[in-house]
Ligand binder design. Sequence first.
Ligand code: ADP
Length: 512
Amino acid sequence: MKKISTVLGLAASLLFLASCAPDQPKDSASSSSSTSTNASTTETSAEVASGASAKTYSDPSTMEDQYDIIIVGSGGAGMSAAIEAKDAGLNPVIFEKMPVIGGNTNKASSGMNASETKFQAAEGITDSNQAFFDETLAGGHGTNDQEMLHYFVDNSADAIDWLDSLGIRLNNLTITGGMSTKRTHRPEDGSAVGEYLVTGLSKNVQEREIPIFVNSDVLGLIEKDDQVTGIEVSVEGQDAKKINGSAVIVATGGYGANSEMIESVRSDLKGVVTTNQEGSTGDGIKMIEAVGGYTVDMDQIQVHPTVQQDKGVLIGEAVRGEGAILVDATGKRFVNELDTRDNVTAAINNLPEKSATLIFDQGVKDRATAIEFYQEQGYVVEGTTIEELAEKMEMPAANLTATLSTWDQAVKNQDDAEFGRTTAMENDLSHGPFYAITIAPGIHYTMGGVKINTKTEVLKTDGSSIPALYAAGEVTGGLHGENRIGGNSVAEIIIFGRQAGVQAAEYVKNLK
Ligand code: ADP
């Protein structure tokens, strides 16, 4: 219990009384919270946090035998679905197998991508859904499911407005690799998006009195006459019991913490550290396959380029998005840091040391406040001067000094002659103190998953849908194709999580 609360930070430790934590078999995922930042430092965040802090999870003794809509998983997709279903007048419930809610969503760092938003307009940023579509498709090497992608970009601005209406304001813009403009929406203070989002969504879930049962491991779906009619769930390690649902939404996240599943599709990733929370074990995929659903892109696993290796803590893309550069062991740049994640990862893996160092100044630290958390964890090395930092990092000081002076010149001229970087060049790296974080790639996100359509209906290989079964979020596959753009997973869980809630509600209303 203690370990989990420390790890999952504000949303987990302050807001909920989690009980009966299971043993923690792994420490890589469970002890990592890449994104824990001071979500409560802005006024908006503080309001969200304090509003939720008085609530607890539902008592298992209050569990009913029947709900309109059963939602499996309490990440961003599950909670968004629950809120929409409740607001449509139905009676949803959320089951979460871990002792705390939030899943990998808690750890999301960069932000939420969206185009044509009011917050972009307020900053004078011109963007279009088509540009967002084209750049995401290019980032996915043309392999994204284009129908899903169209729905995604076209509904992105509305999702930002919806969150705003729930008191979740993502009005601070940054940029992630592969994007040409600032469309990554973050909390006002520039902190990591995940905890802020989980805190805000859970406040809304609780205000609506949607029951949320933790330590509730959903073991499988129940089917009758080719239609899903409920789930089997083991609560606090007890024998499985059946709960009926007029519709079921599977929002169980990915399989990034299931090394067996990963290795079965990607033997090259054996032993690679993961950033995932330990509940990301692909359960939903197995459940859905058992009732006739199928998967796509299962071997497409995103290896994030910048992961602190001790505990698998992801160093968010916002650090580069706010101006940091990457250098090798000799203090020299070797890649366009804002290239897509797959390309930056490949460049690091091509270095003899297979690791690299993020270098940044006080300006970056001020703008990407997630860095405070990395510093608290002891991952950030500080030097008053570049020479002092180089010495501490055991890098040739002359090289690092030359690298930074060339880079500052590139920013001044808006021309990175060395590696062709064109984004995140608003600010140079001339304001000491200077900082370094050593990183290497780590398993981050599973792009593959179950096949759904734009209504989030779970499909069979013959193209028909499985009645009463919906899925959304990382458990699904296809949207990102071979490479996910940073900031697109948070957008996906909100956009398709909402859609699952809306569609399931419509389905259930038609039954009544
Ligand atoms: P997404 O980003 O798609 O919302 P997350 O990883 O944030 O996904 O959340 C998924 C949640 O589902 C996690 O909290 C995870 O622990 C939970 N989960 C996974 N498998 C099960 C299961 N079998 N029963 C209940 N909850 C589950």
